[in-house]
Structures are given as C-alpha cells and as structure tokens.
Design a protein around this ligand. Structure first.
Ligand SMILES: Cc1cc2nc3c(=O)[nH]c(=O)nc-3n(C[C@H](O)[C@H](O)[C@H](O)COP(=O)(O)OP(=O)(O)OC[C@H]3O[C@@H](n4cnc5c(N)ncnc54)[C@H](O)[C@@H]3O)c2cc1C
Length: 391
C-alpha cells in the first residue's frame, strides 16, 4: 500500500528503506560527532556533504527537478528521526526547503527550471529571510524596501535571525514594494536573492542552543537584482508566498519537536535503568515511573498529532488548525520532556558530559520559530470559531 500524497505516491517499502538508511547514517556518522560539533558551535561540513548525497536538500522538491518528492508524512518521519539525534541539522535543509517551496509553488516556469535543480542537489543552499530587527510576528511591519529601477529592483534593509545566513548563498527575501499600501500586505513582494554585491552578512548571532547551524543578520545595501528574481513575476503577492508555506513549515517544526521529545524520553529510559539509589535502579522508584509514563504519553500524542496534520496536508486539504495544534503541542512536549529527562539525570543532566543538556537548550526554539506558541493558540481558536460559526 502507498502513502497518499499531493505529488507522488511513495511505496511503504520505499519509505521504510529510506528511513532505515537515515537511521544507519545517523548512528554511523552523526551520533558520534554531535557533542563535539555542538559544544564548538562548528558548522558540520562533512555532515552537510553527506546530507547532499542522501538527497535531503531535495527531500520535498519534485522529482522532475531532481528532488525526492517526498510526501509530508514521510518527510515528517524523516525529520523526527534526525531530530531525535541532532535537531539542529534539520534546520540546514528545512529552511532551505522553505525557499525551494516558495519557488516551486509560486515561481514562474523559468524560475523553477533555473533554481530548483540547483537547490535539490544542495549545490545552492539557503533559506527564508522574513524577520527583521523590529518585525517578527507582525511580518507586515517589515521595512526592507525594493525600488523598481528599469528592469531591476534595488533593495535596502536588514533581516535578522536568518538560518543558514552565513553558509547559504540564496534566500527567499520578503520586502515592501509599496510601503504605503493598505492593507499593508498588498505592498509586499518576495524575491529570490542570491548573495552578490550589496548583500552581506552583518553578524553571526550567538544562541542558547541550536548550535552549529548559522543564524545571521543579513544587510541589503543598494542590492540590485533583475526583475526576473521577483517570485511569480507579480508584485504584491509576497505575504501570500511567505505564509503559503506555513502549514508545511509548522509540520516541520512539530516533527522536530517530536524528535526532541522522543530523544529526551529515550535518554531518560536508559539512564533510569543504570542509575541506582537506595539499592535499586531509579526506574523502580514511583516518582521516576510517573515521569516516564507522562513523557512517553506526551511524545506519542505529539507524534500522532503531527502525522495526522501531515496526512491532511498530503490529501490536499487545508490544515492550518491541525498543523498549528501539532506545532504547539509537539514543541511544548519537547520542552517538557527535555526538562523532565534532565531532572531524571540529576546532576549529570546539568553536565556537558551527557547529551540531555543539548536537548534542553535546543527545545525552546521550537516554541518560538514558525509562529510562536502564543500565536498558534490564537490561530487555533480563530479556526475553531470559523469552523463552528453560530448562524
Ligand atoms: C534560532 C532562530 C532561528 C530563526 N530562523 C529564522 C529564519 O530562518 N528566517 C526568518 O525569517 N526568521 C527566523 N527566526 C525568527 C523567528 O521567526 C521570530 O523570532 C519569530 O517569528 C518571533 O518573532 P520575534 O522574535 O520578533 O518576537 P515578537 O514578534 O517580538 O514577539 C514577542 C512576544 O510577543 C508575543 N506576541 C506578539 N504578537 C502577539 C499577539 N498579537 N498576540 C499575542 N502575543 C503576541 C509573541 O508570541 C512573543 O511571545 C528565527 C529565530 C530564531 C530564534
């Protein structure tokens, strides 16, 4: 039986083989080096090369452009698996695939045939540049502007918190093409922005967790690009392009949350059998059993919510509410499970010798990125009212 999808049908056996090869790669190449890279905050060059060979930079790009064309359900399982070992590396291809999706979904035929094959192979890598120093949740408040000049646009402004900002070479860049438009979103446009004169990295941002992947401020100073870089070739569509990928973006972040929640649980299960107090393993104390029971239930619920949202997406149905619920619940599950696992590890949880401290530092990001969890609850509520309107 196949997995239903918008793009193609993937055989269950093919999915199992793919996930199996990812698991073998994680155990052989990734797990042994995570701690060292994370503590050094070092970009994992060899792992990125291996991710290219595995096809991860083209995971959701259609096969006609050289991608794997995975359905959301398979992609979610893949992200969960990788995140249970090292969440940060999923950001290297996740953000990149959001750029690819903006082009694949909204680009002109010429933009698709030029950019998608280079993105699918990982030859060109990048991400999504939306956030600014004074505009995150309120995206319509951005100030980066693009001024038309003949067949070109000239762009000025600053973006911040951009994942892959240093190592990436091309970004989906959200700007204002009309700062006076009302409503504000009608003056927004999205460009494919390769690094060239006028586009520089302002600074690398230091973070609590999510190490090794570069987060940067990007500065655009009279950055000139041709009109062929305007996604879809029409001004005023940028807000839709930026939010058009949010359902899949939230399923991605939810999958990362599931991976961290499950990874933290597994570390707790292992440690609780080895650590002994009062003559027995701590897993035989009821206080620890209660924690493990709750953590396991939380992780499983997060997985099921996320796969449900992904399956809805694959059927081609709207899933804003389902993806929002999955993102909200799974990221909070990651936060709670990593905290509980750290507590089960006692003082060793607080030590850099054990891996749980990394999960504890990584987890909060998922509550912030791709729409904060405060906003998710508001969105869920709005959908509830809309779907159950009393007439
Ligand atoms: C490690 C990392 C990587 C990132 N990667 C990227 C990237 O690749 N590309 C990119 O464009 N951005 C990226 N971001 C930015 C991220 O998307 C934003 O941080 C996020 O959208 C929140 O915006 P903000 O930080 O400006 O918070 P603000 O919008 O200032 O919000 C502050 C607080 O107010 C709350 N709030 C705001 N408005 C409301 C409201 N109407 N009702 C209730 N509560 C509200 C928020 O929930 C939050 O708690 C990244 C961030 C981090 C930390």
């Amino acid at each position: 039986m196949g997995v239903a999808t918008l793009g193609r049908v993937i055989d269950r056996e093919e999915e199992a083989q793919l996930l199996d090869s990812i698991e073998r790669w994680l155990e052989r190449e990734v797990r042994p080096v995570v701690k060292d890279h994370d503590h050094a905050d070092r970009y994992p060059v060899e792992i990125v090369e291996q991710m290219k060979a595995l096809g991860l930079f083209g995971a959701t790009i259609a096969p006609e452009y050289g991608g794997l064309g995975l359905p959301a359900t398979t992609y979610a399982k893949l992200v969960m698996k990788i995140s249970s070992v090292w969440m940060a590396i999923t950001g290297i291809f996740n953000s990149h695939l959001m750029l690819a999706m903006a082009i694949e979904k909204f680009g002109t035929p010429a933009q698709k045939s030029l950019w998608l094959p280079q993105l699918a192979s990982g030859e060109v890598r990048g991400g999504l540049a939306l956030t600014e120093p004074d505009a995150g949740t309120d995206l319509q408040a951005i100030r980066t502007v693009a001024r038309r000049d003949g067949d070109d646009y000239v762009i000025t402004g600053t973006k911040t918190w951009i994942s892959n900002g240093i190592e990436g070479s091309c970004f989906a860049l959200l700007v204002k093409t009309d700062s006076t438009a009302h409503p504000r979103h009608k003056g927004m446009s999205m460009f494919i922005a390769p690094k060239q004169d006028g586009f520089r990295v302002g600074k690398k941002l230091e973070k609590l967790g999510y190490k090794s992947i570069d987060s940067a401020e990007l500065v655009f100073d009279d950055y000139r690009i041709s009109k062929e870089h305007l996604i879809g070739g029409v001004e005023g569509q940028g807000f839709y392009h930026a939010t058009g990928g949010l359902e899949l973006g939230r399923i991605n972040v939810a999958s990362r949350g599931v991976g961290v929640a499950e990874g933290a649980l597994q570390m707790a299960i292992d440690y609780a059998q080895i650590r002994r107090t009062f003559g027995k393993p701590i897993c035989e104390h009821q206080a620890i059993q209660l924690k493990l029971g709750e953590m396991a239930t939380r992780a499983r619920a997060a997985r099921l919510l996320t796969l449900d949202a992904a399956a809805t997406y694959d059927r081609g149905e709207r899933c804003d509410m389902e993806a929002g619920m999955a993102k909200f619940f799974a990221s909070e599950a990651a936060l709670t499970n990593s905290t509980e696992s750290l507590r089960i590890h006692g003082a060793y949880g607080y030590s850099k010798e054990y891996d749980i401290e990394r999960l504890y530092r990584d987890a909060p990001l998922m509550c912030i990125g791709e729409g904060t969890n405060e906003m998710q609850r508001i969105i869920i509520s709005k959908h509830l009212i809309r779907r159950n309107a009393v007439t």
